[in-house]
Write a protein that binds this ligand. Structure first.
Ligand code: CS2
Length: 478
């Protein structure tokens, strides 16, 4: 029997189920990109809020693929969340009221957007269609599409802008938009992109209205969420006593920091465990540069050394010691977070990486490197260069990414990255020699010009690139 509203009462103890009457909840949040991360993280927070505010159920919108809609609709949006820790636990999340596929049901999506209090997004770094400078890329194919057909958008930028246009026309206040992706200054960048898009659409009044009246709080999101696998499906069925087509899993640690632009809802968010902060940047920088910077370094170097998971990479003392030194000595000086106890935060992150209950594949973290490197390693390196600090260890992750791309391309293994074609073209001209580095640094969609042209950066990456092959122990002993 399958998990659904009708079978919810049969879920076995001690699995927790929604502590509120689902039938009485109403959609107040439209979420774009309901992948595993959203369902393990933000939907869990809203599940907690629904007990005190039934008006904050989620309409989850997949921009293109129907898979999640097909899995969750027969389950009335219900699914299991497993927390993997020394003492694992499972609960049923009830905050997703419906799943829509934007390309198939655009009118229904617009209808929800007219009523939403919040619009949230986890569309990954690439979903924002930004240049390396952080501005909206008007030449991006999805943006060009949405400029041609603004009422049938395909990008999240196009959707938000058109929804705000319709609200303005109907004299309805703008919704609050929260980006939940791993981008520095995510709310600020999203707002600027939407304003730019409205202007490019020839709607200067709309752009001015959004600029003046619409809130786009910045947010930092954190919880390690390995992809769903068959072992998890089997575990969920066993624990629930019901089948679930798409359960999700994460570590127990979970954090959401949202900029205090939530008005009267601030206390509701705080009561659900959200940190409501005046400034999100210190949290965001610390998390992106320490946790995600270390993750990407472990992924690219670790895969090169034959490791498969984060825990296995952390079991390799060369690699564990290397990322720890990178975090403590090279990243910490770039955090500018006077209130943060960086050594304790790093200890906690390293312990989370060692969580044996989590099987977190390095190949999953390696996806979309062209989009992730900037926020995780390159911004840190740029600042270190400007301040005259060493960048040798930061350069190792960057060089390891280049080697990873070359190896995938030469091995005929598809690269999961929005720039896959450009990357495999670049890799096909590479032969493993140091000259390869210049070919990668010429990719303007990955490396900001000033960094690509910086002689110290080029030397550090070239040195790491040459030595990762010939002398990995030497590189990692640094
Ligand atoms: C990871 C992140 O896949 C990746 O790139 O670095 O998803 C990471 O697990 C989360 O940001 C943790 O909050």
């Amino acid at each position: 029997m399958r998990l659904s509203d009708a079978t919810l009462a049969q879920v076995r103890a001690p699995v927790r189920t929604p502590a509120y009457d689902r039938a009485a909840t109403r959609v107040g949040v439209v979420h774009f990109g309901p992948g595993a991360f959203h369902r393990a993280h933000q939907a869990w927070y809203f599940d907690r809020m629904l007990a005190s505010d039934p008006g904050l159920a989620i309409c989850a919108v997949s921009l293109r693929t129907p898979d999640l809609r097909d899995a969750l609709t027969p389950q009335d949006g219900l699914y299991a969340l497993a927390e993997k820790d020394a003492a694992p636990s499972v609960q049923v999340i009830g905050s997703i009221k419906e799943v829509l596929v934007a390309s198939e049901a655009p009118d229904a999506v617009f209808e929800r957007l007219m009523q939403a209090r919040y619009v949230t997004a986890t569309v990954t770094e690439k979903g924002y269609c930004l240049t390396t400078g952080g501005a909206l890329d008007l030449g991006h194919p999805d943006i060009r599409h949405d400029l041609d057909a603004p009422e049938r958008p395909v990008s999240v930028i196009g959707w938000i802008t058109e929804a705000l246009r319709r609200r303005k026309a109907a004299t309805i206040q703008p919704f609050t938009t929260i980006s939940c992706d791993n981008l520095s200054d995510n709310g600020f960048k999203l707002k600027r992109a939407v304003v730019r898009f409205a202007t490019a659409r020839g709607e200067p009044e709309l752009a001015a209205w959004i600029e003046a009246d619409a809130a786009f709080p910045c947010s930092m999101v954190d919880s390690i969420t390995p992809a769903t696998d068959d072992a998890l499906r089997a575990q969920a069925a066993e624990t629930l006593g019901l089948t679930d087509a798409w359960p999700v899993q994460r570590e127990r640690f979970v954090q959401w920091v949202v900029e205090d632009r939530l008005g009267a809802d601030a206390s509701l968010f705080a009561a659900a465990g959200v940190t409501v902060a005046t400034a999100v940047a210190p949290f965001e920088r610390a998390k992106l540069r320490l946790l995600n910077g270390a993750h990407s370094t472990l992924a690219y170097v670790g895969l090169g050394l034959g490791h498969g998971t984060v825990a296995a990479a952390m079991d390799d003392p060369r690699l564990a010691g290397f990322v720890e030194r990178m975090m403590r000595e090279d990243v910490t000086p770039s955090l500018h977070a006077p209130d943060l106890d960086a050594p304790a935060y790093i200890d906690e992150i390293l312990a989370r990486f060692r969580n044996a209950a989590i099987v977190h594949k390095l190949s999953q973290i390696a996806w979309d490197g062209s989009q992730k490197l900037r926020f995780r390693l390159l911004e840190t390196a740029s600042e270190a260069l400007a301040a005259g600090r060493p960048i040798d260890r930061l350069a190792v992750g960057v060089a390891a990414w280049m080697r990873f791309v070359v190896r995938q391309a030469k091995g005929g293994i598809p690269i999961v990255d929005p720039l896959a074609q450009v990357l495999s073209d670049t890799a096909s001209a590479c032969d493993g020699a140091t000259a390869d580095v210049a070919r990668f640094l010429a990719l303007e969609a990955v490396f900001p010009l000033d960094l690509a042209r910086n002689a110290r950066f080029k030397v550090a990456v070239s040195d790491a690139y040459a030595r990762l092959n010939a002398d990995p122990d030497g590189v990692l002993a640094r």
